[in-house]
Design a protein around this ligand. Sequence first.
Ligand SMILES: Cc1cc2nc3c(=O)[nH]c(=O)nc-3n(C[C@H](O)[C@H](O)[C@H](O)COP(=O)(O)O)c2cc1C
Length: 138
Amino acid sequence: MSHDGQLNAFTASWLTQVSFTPPLVALGVRKDSHSLVMLQRGRVFTVNLLGKEQKPVAEHFVKPATTIGEKLKDVPYRPGKTGAPVLTDAIAFFECEVREIANQHGDHALVIGEVVEAGVHRDEPSLTLMDTGWHYGG
Ligand SMILES: Cc1cc2nc3c(=O)[nH]c(=O)nc-3n(C[C@H](O)[C@H](O)[C@H](O)COP(=O)(O)O)c2cc1C
């Protein structure tokens, strides 16, 4: 995501499509994360899909930002159409503009984004949660 010239990124698994027309995706985002604040302010994000060999990249983005921008220092990226970072080594990406942020009651916000740009860098299978052996649950 991008806000006021600052960039951040985090590893996410709670993502799903929620509309064909317009193309919308919903992302569950921890309310105590740095990323939610940036999404509320900057209103843009990129979903970068990683390849099977890129678990270390996912591991890198799991840690909370100590300083905003610091997690992207050693990872190649370019600013996308929305300004949010497109990771150069990701296999594919889609860029979104935030249309709604909901879920007053839960510990994660539901961030609904409209896909405004997308691309494929390499036509390869993506890294899944199952591949990592990790889980994201309470
Ligand atoms: C396997 C895995 C999946 C995750 N999925 C999500 C997710 O869907 N949404 C979320 O908010 N955090 C998720 N996280 C946690 C974030 O990556 C983590 O809270 C990160 O530190 C947030 O960074 P930030 O504070 O810089 O925003 C996941 C973590 C792991 C290990």
